[in-house]
Design a binder for this molecule. Structure first.
Ligand code: GCB
Length: 886
């Protein structure tokens, strides 16, 4: 907040031409800290590593194959140089956030302790400082601990609890007379807009002023409302006398006639500059600038959300705060970049979940016109302890006070899916549920008392009857539903059935779809998308269904996609281990096709985009010796689209649900695509590199080069780095390639799709290793004569080292148990022995990738036959590669 304030003050001074007299001094102190991972025993020699903030100690260990990540203590140390001229100032250390218990020491003396990883805190440090020299060195040490603690939310959650000082830290020196700096690290000033309509807005500016000096002070508080052009619209002055060491509240009212309203289309910002001056000399003692957006809003159970008197469907996304290889220690520019991603998608809403994030996020929302819900991280369950309750209430207070002045915020949220992991049974469970409801009521009343102008919300998982019976659907003003029909539970239609049922049975309760999403690995593609296949195409299908259903129902106030970004969740397995891939952009923010689907739905300017941006390297079989026809989707808000391939038109297609699907006859090599919207003249271009494979492998029109096949799989796997495409399996036919015998491994645990969702160790190619053909007799490829490298890939999927599958499955908590079955089989190539008795007793360790290659000369038109002979148990093959050398 202080960083925000100083930035805003600078902007304001620029516009207003005022003089920044003796206001606050704010310095970021992010550079050159010393860091030690682990605790420091008294007297022990300590190794320090140089780091800069923001910093987390979990950047790397959340991606490796070893389960878990470091949750413990880390120490930071830095020397601050404080001028003697600050002697009479109020000096504070301000932390935007550190996860999750932070203890600060100044010159070895404890200066403060903060609990909670996602809100800001600040400590007064005057009494611990040495100011004897003109510039005195003062040592600050900070102990941070991200260990599990039953009194601190979150207790468990589907994201990584990175440790460290992962946000900015500031040193602040204020005059003895200043706006309150001890109010939960808030600005010390609250800007409210009790009445806003088209004719006028009333603005109230209130807060407290502290006088830490030994003299009584004669002061003036001046507030100015300044428009975006820098013009002062209104000014109020109030005289105050504050006794020595006293504190006094102030409250000022202003009116803005014919306000320029704030909205997503026009996020017009005024500023309120509030100044404390010495009544006699006119000297500025402290100054703050806060954003002011004039808007009014309400939620209605039938009409949904209304902004400035008009219905507005809230459409947007949830957002986690991490980035690939950076943990959650992001520079502000990356936080801001995500808000631009959201805005460019056409979104007007963000659920900042599951915890308050960097101040840069809400600052960007204010500027860009993104309405926001912010929440504290109570996730899955609570602890029935006084400590836990206190920490929750404290976090909610900090969140509200620190973010109060952002016009973007419309909802204060708490308790995500809190009934997901009830730990007890029977009567004990009833008591637990009663305690959850009691805590919810306390947080709700606190929020309403702190801020009657915003709404409260609890996001629940689909167990409607349970949340109703516990009372959680009646405590907040809005209910959030996290719905995954068609993902964790089968059947996309369950989504609309749920919404209709809830609305019918609760006609007075507004609701938001606070989560919905499907995992998608940007490398996996399918022409037969199915649940759990993690293909980009299933994600598109899923979201298209949800968007349509929500848009048809005005009573659905809004929706937030789970998630804007792929994010780290260390305990997850699946195709991108440690990463929840429900993002509509990757961990490095490359848009998946689904992002374009939203742009086509939400943007009002003419829009056209050729899909398959992550499938520009394709491969497939040619039936005619020249082309391979594959589908391609164009996303648009135009009525129809014409597609051109290498300068020739492929005709037009109507845009249905913002998509036009074409069957494109790709040629070998470069394919230049151009899509043109037929409404307004908009176009998009894409180049696809296609690797055509002949149906008959000895077809001289398309000379054979390589074949990569993922067995037991119906998807294509694209490896942009190695420039390889893995094809789905097929049965062998004469002259071609494919498997002989066996069947694909089916997922267990009620899942219908193929393969396993385990993390396969020792590889980044998990989707390729997660599927396999069981009982395979042979893999054949009737390649032309020549010298080939044959590589075979295996993974033992039937057993996991600790016996259970790692599935974060909201719909089905039944654990899959798998027994270790021993297997052994011989592998031959063209009749020649290749691997003897391959199996559990030797190379095939559970969940480990194993590959081996050999060289074979195919001659006399015999092609290549890889034979599998069972000795015990079933044979397996996960993937095969055949590469022509000469
Ligand atoms: C949920 C949780 C969220 C998870 C998500 C998922 O319902 O609220 O934290 O990440 O599902 O992907 O399973």
């Amino acid at each position: 907040m202080y960083k925000y304030t100083i930035r805003a003050i600078i902007i304001c001074l620029f516009f207003c031409g005022q003089i920044f007299a003796q206001g606050r001094i704010v310095q970021s102190v992010n550079s050159n800290w010393n860091f030690h991972k682990g605790d420091i025993a008294a007297g022990a020699k300590t190794d320090w590593e140089k780091v800069s903030l923001p910093h987390s100690w979990n950047t790397a260990d959340v991606y490796d194959d070893t389960p878990g990540y470091y949750r413990g203590i880390g120490w930071y140390k830095k020397t601050l140089y404080i001028p003697a001229a600050w002697k009479n100032k109020s000096i504070y250390l301000y932390f935007e956030g550190a996860n999750q218990i932070t203890e600060v020491f100044v010159n070895g003396k404890p200066a403060g302790k903060h609990i909670g990883g996602y809100t800001a805190f600040s400590f007064s440090i005057n009494q611990y400082l040495n100011l004897s020299d003109s510039l005195s060195a003062n040592e600050v040490t900070v102990k941070v601990d991200n260990s599990h603690n039953a009194d601190i939310p979150p207790l468990s959650a589907d994201f990584t609890f990175y440790g460290g000082i992962y946000r900015d830290v500031y040193l602040v020196a204020a005059n003895p007379v200043h706006f309150d700096m001890d109010d939960h690290a808030s600005a010390g000033i609250r800007v409210k807009t009790p009445v806003v309509d088209n004719a006028k807005a009333s603005v109230s500016i209130g807060g407290s002023i502290c006088n830490t000096s030994a003299q009584k002070q004669n002061l003036k508080v001046v507030s100015e409302v300044i428009d975006a052009e820098g013009k002062i619209i209104n000014k109020t002055e109030q005289k105050l006398i504050i006794n020595a060491s006293g504190k006094q509240a102030f409250d000022q009212q202003q009116t803005v006639p014919q306000p320029h309203l704030w909205s997503p289309e026009d996020p017009y910002l005024y500023h309120v500059v509030t100044r404390i001056t010495d009544a006699k000399t006119g000297e500025t003692l402290d100054e703050q600038s806060n954003p002011l957006g004039l808007r009014w809003f309400s939620f209605d159970a039938d009409k949904g959300f209304m902004l400035n008197g008009k219905p507005v469907k809230l459409m947007g996304a949830n957002r986690h705060q991490d980035y690939k290889d950076m943990a959650n220690a992001l520079p502000n520019a990356l936080h801001e970049r995500d808000m631009h991603l959201l805005k460019d998608m056409g979104a007007n809403f963000i659920r900042i979940a599951h915890y308050p994030q960097d101040p840069a996020v809400l600052e960007a929302c204010d500027r860009l016109g993104i309405l926001a819900s912010v929440e504290i991280p109570i996730v899955n369950s609570i602890t029935e302890s006084a400590g836990f309750t206190q920490n929750c209430l404290n976090m909610q207070t900090e969140m509200i006070r620190q973010n109060f002045n952002h016009p973007a915020v419309i909802i204060w949220t708490y308790m995500n899916e809190v009934l997901l992991r009830p730990q007890f049974q029977g009567d004990r469970q009833k008591t637990y549920f009663a305690n959850v409801a009691k805590l919810a009521k306390s947080i709700d009343s606190l929020s309403r008392a702190e801020d009657p102008a915003r709404y409260t919300m609890i996001p629940c998982h689909g167990a409607y009857a349970l949340y109703n019976s516990v009372g959680l659907t009646r405590i907040p003003q809005i209910v959030g539903w996290n719905l995954y029909n068609g993902w964790y539970s089968a059947g996309l239609n369950g989504f609309e059935e749920f919404m209709d049922k809830f609305h019918k049975e609760n006609p007075k309760t507004p609701f938001i779809i606070t989560e919905y999403g499907a995992d998608a690995d940007s490398r996996s593609h399918s022409m037969k998308p199915e649940r759990f296949d993690k293909s980009i195409e299933y994600e598109v299908m899923y979201h298209a269904h949800y968007i349509k259903q929500m848009m048809q129902r005005p009573f659905v106030a809004g929706a937030a996609i789970w998630n804007l970004v792929d994010f780290n969740s260390e305990g997850r397995a699946e195709s991108t281990p440690h990463v929840n891939s429900k993002g509509i952009t990757t961990e490095t923010r490359d848009p998946k096709e689904t992002y374009f689907l939203y742009q086509a739905n939400l943007l009002t300017s003419p829009y056209i985009k050729i899909g398959g941006n992550q499938w520009k390297l394709r491969s497939g079989m040619s039936t005619d010796g020249a082309t391979c026809t594959q589908p391609l989707t164009v996303f648009s808000n135009q009525p129809s689209v014409t597609l051109w391939l290498n300068g020739k038109t492929l005709g037009s297609a109507n845009v249905v649900d913002h998509m036009a699907v074409f069957n494109v006859p790709f040629i070998n090599g470069i394919n230049k695509l151009r899509a043109i919207g037929t409404g307004v003249n908009t176009s998009d271009d894409q180049v696809v590199d296609f690797k055509l494979l002949p149906t008959q492998l000895n077809d001289t029109r398309i000379p054979f080069t390589e074949l990569n096949v993922s067995l037991g799989d119906t998807r294509y796997f694209v490896d942009d780095k190695l420039q390889q495409v893995w094809l789905p399996e097929q049965a062998y036919t004469k002259g071609g390639w494919g498997y002989v015998g066996g069947e694909p491994l089916k997922s267990g645990g009620g899942r219908t799709s193929m393969g396993s969702d385990k993390d396969i160790f020792g590889t980044g190619y998990d989707p390729v290793y997660e599927t396999q053909r069981l009982g395979i007799e042979a893999f054949k490829a009737d390649v032309p004569d020549g010298k080939y490298e044959v590589t075979l890939h295996f993974a033992e999927l039937q057993a996991k080292s600790n016996g259970e599958l790692l599935v974060y499955n909201l719909g089905n908590d039944a654990k899959q148990t798998a027994t270790v079955k021993s297997r052994a089989f011989d592998v031959s190539v063209n009749g020649q022995s290749f691997i003897n008795a391959l199996g559990s007793a030797n190379y095939l360790e559970p969940q480990m990738a194993y590959s081996t290659s050999t060289v074979v000369v195919a001659k006399g038109g015999q092609g290549i036959t890889i034979g599998f002979k069972p000795l015990s148990g079933q044979t397996i093959l996960n993937a095969a590669q055949i590469k022509k050398i000469y």
